[in-house]
Design a protein around this ligand. Structure first.
Ligand code: CDP
Ligand code: MG
Length: 886
């Protein structure tokens, strides 16, 4: 019952702009092809295709007529019945003064940029302006994108509340959750959600306006959406289906959007909202605490509370665990006295929590009041969404829920207990009802203190803040080039962010900002945070864009384009993985670089695009549905993406006793590894079999810290693997509803034939990491003894003594990565049977004789070392959902 796809004709007209010199067009071509269903293509499909296309065209015409009749252009003023106190509060917001100007600009232009200081009312008010002007009443709805889930949820509730409308009308949609109904008129969503919708309906027929909020954050998906929408809006208007685009930013730095000729031929108008900002005095620390900035934040907050006049305190830290730890210490230092607290937290009084409360009171008598905030049911950490939608700013794998009392005693800060401090945490994974508390006034007589991550920097404005404590750091996502996995690291923030944070103190009156670092450090900060797209690998992005039928990714109007080499090499990797069609070979020589610039996606590529992992691993998942291999492939991919699952035992010992202890552990662990590696086929799966065996054994006993400790496994890594396995299982089941992969963490060891299949799947995914042992007759130099040749390096690489394949020395192996200690070693290895190579990696093979029946072949990958083999293998194309392997 899917709507017929109609993107072909619509999008082909995107390319009819002036084409000047090739590769230098002002309005670049963005070719988008008719989307092929990611299913097995039948032979007969070619014949039925023509008929189908006509069918599609007809329905599209009907759709167009229907939309025209409704007409998206606003006609009437839609009254909103607001409560008087709400109306009064609204009138104080700076953006209200600009309503006329904004609405005029929106009427006159397809795209408008709106800049306004955080808290000026952009997010909550602009959707209301558009609603009142009738933009949601003529056949289309108002869509608002946020880079963070917390903002999407909280803003939808706030706006529903302000407009006196139900959440069925002002709704939200985040990856796995939402309350959108058929009556929805204003829809808040994460940028990732809208991107997925573009995949289904390129022209976004159901929207009359799209607001891209928080554009200054420059999240990858926001950037891509702006690029796409610049075209979508132009196309919609050309087709007489008007649509508006509003880009909202908290900073004035919008030239990447407005001055970018690739994006908009005529620069969109920029409207500035002047916010009343009271002066904020900035205080720098003399010294910069390098490690323990949370302790410093705690001390500073205590001082402010004891010594300075009333006014809310906002503390900026980097992640959930830090926030909780500082909240705990503050509550300990400034206990509540319950009869002082008129605010009772009604939402927390469930039986369950009462029980915990009792238990905890028993356990730690010294605790004056139980901080129920720490028990808030944290939503499941679905980091895959974060990876897809690029939202999560403060993810933290440390959930500090129940442990208490491990904090150092805060003797020096015994404060005057007569002034209550109302301490609230705020971070993006906090339950919505907990988040909502920061917007309510604190209990009478108490001072509000919000300990937050950088969600409070621009997405959420907390009323009544007079003091800001800024640790100067931010948790940023870094990408591992090998695994494509993102990890979060704490780094210095930018000057622009630090100033945003300071600004939070001057919204209602003059305020103070205490920076926990010196002015010298501040002047070393980068001026602005750079666009995320320039500091992450792009192979997964290119795949996502191809899945959107964007052929020439290099020509895509990125607000800040990634470097073209990165795009070309991403495209080449995707071609070699079979995710994109190979460029046609003209004669013998192909200019791969030129030819690979506009390769369309293959059905395999579409299947891969559905998985939230780097393309190499996505390919393994896409091929995992054979012989019941999926649970194993999921585990292997999870284990490969979690780094360092084994305890490091090669560290130098400080004394003899430790050294002998280490040696003992090492002996035991290598014995375990041998056990997990198994025999026969299993052994040939190599290090990956060891990972599989470790996870299998660990889950068999229920993944206990004790088991991990005894067997040299890192407990945290094992928990992470478990989490990832759950997520990937869900993703696989969502992609192929009939896959029916079980979430059971326990699994029996794979059979011999399953292991053979697993080895081939791994080869198919890691194909460009193929290495071949240098044969005795090829030995040029003694340094090559037992060495392997790889396509990337001129030097030999070796099998590490700790590898399961150390004694095997197989002729061909694939590896996950190369690391260097005394020599260069391969990590994460698996042995490969030579005759699989022409079948699974035909792109890397040179065939003599007709391709369909090659007489012999050699692999061009393993350093051009010829390895002639009589072969009867054909070049096989990928067939999905399942291809048959040996
Ligand atoms: O988007 P922008 O930063 O320009 O401002 P906003 O998020 O629309 O916030 C406007 C005002 O509404 C601020 O003063 C917030 O404190 C307030 N607000 C609120 O009281 N409760 C919410 N749930 C959301 C916003
Ligand atoms: Mg906002």
């Amino acid at each position: 019952g899917e709507e017929p796809d109609s993107s072909k004709e619509e999008t082909s007209s995107m390319s009819d702009s002036s084409s000047e010199e090739e590769g230098d067009n002002v309005m670049e071509e963005v070719e988008i092809e008719e989307k092929a269903a990611p299913a097995v293509k039948e032979e007969q499909e070619a014949e039925t295709k023509e008929v189908e296309v006509k069918e599609v065209e007809k329905t599209k015409e009907e759709k167009t007529v229907a939309l025209k009749k409704k007409d998206c252009q606003p006609a009437v003023f839609i009254p909103v019945d607001r409560l008087p106190e709400i109306q009064e509060a609204r009138l104080k917001l700076p953006v209200l003064a600009e309503e006329q100007v904004i609405m005029e600009a929106v009427k006159e232009n397809d795209c408008v940029v709106l800049c306004g200081e955080t808290g000026s009312g952009k997010t909550t008010q602009v959707p209301q302006f558009l609603y009142e002007a009738g933009y949601a009443s003529a056949g289309g709805i108002i869509g608002v994108t946020e880079p963070r889930r917390v903002a999407a949820v909280s803003m939808s509730h706030r706006v529903a509340n302000e407009m006196n409308l139900s959440t069925g009308v002002v709704s939200y949609q985040i990856r796995y959750e939402g309350n959108v109904t058929k009556d929805t008129k204003i829809k808040f969503m994460t940028d990732g959600v809208l991107l997925k919708e573009v995949q289904k309906d390129f022209l976004l027929h159901k929207y009359s306006v799209i607001i891209i909020d928080e554009a200054h954050e420059r999240s990858v998906y926001t950037d891509i959406l702006i690029g796409l929408l610049s075209r979508i809006v132009a196309l919609r208007n050309k087709k007489g289906l008007p649509m508006k685009l509003l880009i909202m930013s908290a900073t004035l730095r919008v030239e990447d959007f407005t001055e970018n000729k690739r994006l908009f031929c005529t620069p969109p108008p920029v409207i500035k909202v002047e916010a009343r900002q009271f002066p904020v005095t900035v205080h720098f620390n003399k010294h910069t605490p390098l490690e323990d900035y949370t302790a410093e934040a705690f001390r500073k907050t205590c001082k402010i509370h004891r010594m300075l006049p009333p006014g809310g305190i906002l503390v900026f830290l980097t992640g959930q665990a830090e926030v909780h730890s500082v909240c705990r210490r503050l509550r300990k230092a400034f206990p509540y006295r319950p009869n002082n607290m008129e605010h009772t937290e009604t939402e927390d009084t469930s039986e369950e929590l009462k029980k915990i409360k009792k238990q905890k009171q028993k356990k730690s008598v010294s605790l004056p009041r139980i901080d129920l905030d720490n028990y808030s049911a944290l939503p499941v950490d679905d980091r895959d969404e974060d990876r897809q939608a690029g939202i999560d700013d403060d993810d933290d794998d440390e959930c500090s829920d129940l442990d208490l009392g491990d904090q150092p005693e805060d003797t020096e800060e015994k404060a005057d207990p007569s002034i209550p401090l109302y301490v609230l945490p705020l971070y993006s994974l906090l339950a919505p009802e907990q988040q909502a508390k920061v917007f309510r006034p604190p209990p009478p007589g108490a001072r509000l203190c919000v300990v937050a991550t950088n969600v409070a920097e621009t997405s959420l404005t907390i009323p009544g803040i007079k003091y800001v404590v800024d640790c100067g750091r931010v948790k940023k996502r870094f990408y591992d080039r090998v695994t494509g996995v993102s990890t979060f690291k704490v780094t210095w923030t930018s000057q622009a962010s630090a100033n945003q944070r300071a600004g939070r103190a001057g919204r209602t009156e003059a305020g103070h900002c205490y920076r926990l670092y010196s002015s010298a450090v501040f002047s070393d900060f980068s001026q602005f945070s750079e666009a995320e797209i320039t500091r992450r690998p792009v192979d997964d992005l290119v795949l996502q864009m191809k899945d959107l039928n964007i052929q020439k990714v290099v020509n895509f109007p990125f607000p800040t384009p990634p470097c073209s080499e990165a795009l070309v090499s991403a495209e080449q990797l995707l071609i070699s993985l079979g995710a994109l069609e190979e460029p046609p070979r003209q004669g013998r020589m192909v200019d791969m670089k030129r030819a690979s610039l506009s390769c369309p996606i293959t059905p395999l590529g579409r299947a891969m695009a559905a998985f939230p992992v780097a393309p190499r691993y996505a390919k393994m998942l896409a091929l995992g549905r054979q012989q019941g291999c999926m649970p194993y492939i999921i585990t292997i991919v999870a284990a490969m993406t979690v780094r360092e699952i084994f305890e490091e035992l090669d560290r130098p010992a400080s004394n003899e006793e430790e050294s002998s202890k280490l040696a003992g552990r090492k002996a035991r662990f290598s014995q375990m590894r041998r056990l997990w590696a198994g025999q026969g086929q299993s052994l040939l799966l190599g290090d990956l079999m060891v990972m599989l065996g470790a996870v299998g054994a660990c889950e068999f006993v229920g993944c206990t810290p004790k088991f991990c400790e005894e067997n040299g496994l890192r407990y945290k890594a094992m928990l992470e693997i478990r989490r990832l396995r759950g997520q990937l299982t869900n993703a696989v089941n969502a992609v192929c509803s009939d896959a029916g992969v079980c979430v059971d963490s326990k699994m029996p060891p794979p059979t011999e034939s399953q292991v053979a299949c697993l080895r081939q799947i791994v080869l198919a995914g890691l194909g460009d990491h193929l290495a071949r042992r240098v044969q005795a007759e090829e030995l040029l130099d003694s340094k090559w003894r037992n060495g392997y040749k790889t396509p990337l390096l001129d030097e030999p690489v070796f099998i590490h003594p700790s590898s399961a394949l150390h004694k095997e020395l197989p002729e061909f192996v694939v590896y996950q990565e190369i690391f260097e200690t005394t020599k260069m070693y391969m990590r994460g290895m698996c042995a490969v049977q030579p005759d699989w190579i022409p079948k699974l990696l035909p792109q890397y093979c040179h065939f003599s004789g007709p391709e369909q029946n090659p007489a012999s072949w050699y692999c061009t990958l393993s350093g051009n070392v010829k390895c002639q083999q009589k072969s009867t293998f054909f070049r096989v194309g990928w067939k999905l959902p399942a291809i048959e392997m040996d």
